[in-house]
Structure formats: C-alpha cells, structure tokens
Ligand binder design. Sequence first.
Ligand code: CZF
Ligand code: MG
Length: 197
Amino acid sequence: MKEMVIATKNKGKIAEFQQMFAKAGWEVKSLLDYPELPDIEEDGVTFAENAAKKAEVLATHLNQMVIADDSGLVVDALDGRPGVYSARYAGEDKSDTANSEKVLKELVDIPGDDRTARFVCCLAVAKPNRETFFYEGACEGYIAMRATGSNGFGYDPIFYLPELDKTMAQLTAEQKNERSHRAKALKQLLAKKEEWS
Ligand SMILES: O=c1[nH]c(=O)c2ncn([C@@H]3O[C@H](COP(=O)(O)OP(=O)(O)OP(=O)(O)O)[C@@H](O)[C@H]3O)c2[nH]1
Ligand SMILES: [Mg+2]
C-alpha cells in the first residue's frame, strides 16, 4: 500500500484522512507517528501560508513528500473570524468546546439568516526542492443557535447544514466525508495526482 504523511497532530483530521485516503488505496501516517519532529508555529495570515509552512518544513525534515491541512471556520458576521485562528480562538489550550462557545456568544444578537459561515480547507503538497501545490475546498452553512451532536470535531456541533437540517456533528463520518471542505479539497488533490506525485 502506498503511504502518505499528513503533517497534522489533530486526531479528527487524521481519522478523516485515513477514511478518505483508504478509498484511494493510500495508508496515512501523521505527526503522531513522528513525535520527535518539531512543532511549527502557524504565523501565516492565510490558510495557504500556514499549510505551506507545515508541509514544507516537515518535507525537509523527513526528506519526502508531505501533505498539510490548514483549515478553519469563516463566519461572515464576524468579518471572517475565527479563520486562521480557529484552533486557538478561545486560547492556547485549543479547546473545541470553548472555541464554539466563544463563536456562539459573539453571535448572540445575530438572527438566523445572517449567521452564514463556511468551513475552508487548504491542502499543501510539498516535496524537497520542488514547488508546493495547493488544493482548496469549502463547505457552506450557518452557525446554529446552540451546539448539537457529538460526531466529528472542532466546530462541527455548531455548524448547521440547511439541506440536511442537521449540524455537521449529527452526520455519520461517511456523510461528513461526502460534503466537507476537507473532502472537497482532497477530491481536487486526487484529481490532480499527475501534478504533485
Ligand atoms: O468543526 C470542525 N470541523 C472540521 O472539519 C474542521 N476542520 C478544521 N476545523 C477547525 O479549524 C482548526 C484548524 O486549525 P489547524 O488547521 O491549524 O489545525 P490544528 O491546529 O487543529 O492541527 P494541525 O493540523 O495544525 O496539527 C481546527 O482545530 C478546528 O478548530 C474544523 N472544525
Ligand atoms: Mg494547527
């Protein structure tokens, strides 16, 4: 089986990549398999900048091809926040619950129709001494009035999909992987395999 290293420590992302790459016949390794590798400061102002940095630093360390995922929640009524700060929106301890509560609190006076938001995912594929390739996906929805559901991770319990009348955290893994920002970015990446492999 072919192997792909994803430069992430996020267990939610790792599980989704394992499920989605398995269909394409790839085995996924993550930074949890390389605990000796350094932490990378995500100081970019765009998803692409952070994804490139994570992928390029680790591709150099491992001397092989690496994919990184930088993703987050973009809320229109918050001028795009939490955006690239999604993981640490409520503080450095990266609490999913505290992050979601902060968004709900900031939107307390915003009515349903104005709570539009999207999840965005940028995948960067880096290889030593070569240009980096980028693939993006987005998933449109609304910020719910309260958290519902326990599947997925991050902001999934407050991300409402009107076409299913469910939050992302009420979907099965298969349903999320059919429509998520990450699934769409990965579909682009797999469709352009000759470009990056
Ligand atoms: O409800 C969610 N469903 C998703 O599908 C999703 N994808 C991303 N996010 C949020 O955005 C941050 C990414 O930040 P991020 O790309 O820096 O990742 P991270 O710091 O968690 O791990 P790493 O990959 O950097 O190691 C994450 O922590 C989450 O808060 C999601 N929330
Ligand atoms: Mg991160």
